[in-house]
Write a protein that binds this ligand. Structure first.
Ligand code: URA
Length: 199
C-alpha cells in the first residue's frame, strides 16, 4: 500500500470515529469517503452523497455520476484516472442541500484529503463545494475560470505543516444542473475540457 493510501485510510478512520458527525446524519447508511487514484492530478469535489451513493458508500454512482463518467470519457479519462469525493461525506436526509454548518464540520477533513493527494487541479462540482473555497462569487460568475486558492485563508493549525498551500481550482456547475437545464450541456463540457491543461 502506498503512503498516500495509508494516510487516506487513517483519515477515513478518523471521520468514522467522529460520532458527532454520524449523529448529525441519522438516516445515513454509509460514509462516502471518496475513491479513485490517490496519485491523480485532478480531484473532483461534489456536494454530498445521494441515495445511491449512501447505499454503495461510493461517490457519484447515480444520474450525476453518469454525466461525470461521460464527460471524463470525452477527454479520454476514466474514473480510475481521477479521484472523486464530496465536501459532506454522509447523506443529508431526503436529499436536502447540505447546510453551511455541515460543510464547516467536514472542511478540515476535505482539506486534509487534498493535502494527502496533492492534485494539480481541484474541480468543484456545484455551488456548495465552490463556496467552501470562493467566498465572494456565484457559480454563474465563476464557473470555468481557474483561480488560485491559498489554504492559509482557512486558518487551521494543521495546515501550517503543509509544504503546499496554494492550489489551482476550477469551479464547474454541478453535473445535475445539465439535466435540469439542457442549455448548460455545452457550457459544462467546454468548462470540463479545461481539465486537459492540468493532466
Ligand atoms: N451529487 C453529489 O454532489 N455527490 C455525489 O456523490 C452524488 C451526487
Amino acid at each position: 500500500m502506498s503512503q498516500k493510501e495509508i494516510s487516506l485510510n487513517k483519515l477515513r478512520d478518523k471521520i468514522i470515529s467522529n460520532k458527532r458527525l454520524i449523529e448529525m446524519f441519522p438516516d445515513a447508511t454509509n460514509l462516502v469517503f471518496g475513491e479513485g487514484n490517490p496519485d491523480s492530478k485532478v480531484l473532483f469535489i461534489g456536494e454530498a452523497p445521494g441515495k445511491n451513493e449512501d447505499l454503495q458508500g461510493r461517490p457519484f454512482v447515480g444520474a450525476s455520476g453518469k454525466i461525470l463518467d461521460q464527460s471524463l470519457e470525452n477527454i479520454n479519462l476514466s474514473r480510475s484516472d481521477v479521484y472523486i469525493t464530496n465536501i459532506v461525506k454522509y447523506r443529508p436526509e431526503d436529499n436536502r442541500d447540505p447546510s453551511d454548518y455541515e460543510k464547516e464540520q467536514f472542511l478540515p477533513y476535505l482539506l486534509a484529503q487534498i493535502l494527502i493527494i496533492k492534485p494539480k487541479l481541484l474541480v468543484t462540482l456545484g455551488r456548495h463545494s465552490m463556496s467552501c473555497f470562493i467566498k465572494n462569487g456565484t457559480i454563474n460568475s465563476v464557473h470555468g475560470k481557474i483561480v488560485n486558492i491559498n489554504f492559509n485563508i482557512f486558518g487551521f493549525d494543521f495546515l501550517t505543516k503543509s509544504s503546499q498551500k496554494v492550489f489551482n481550482l476550477l469551479p464547474l456547475f454541478h453535473p445535475a444542473a445539465t439535466i435540469y437545464n439542457r442549455n448548460l450541456k455545452n457550457v459544462w463540457q467546454e468548462d470540463f475540457n479545461k481539465i486537459l491543461n492540468y493532466i
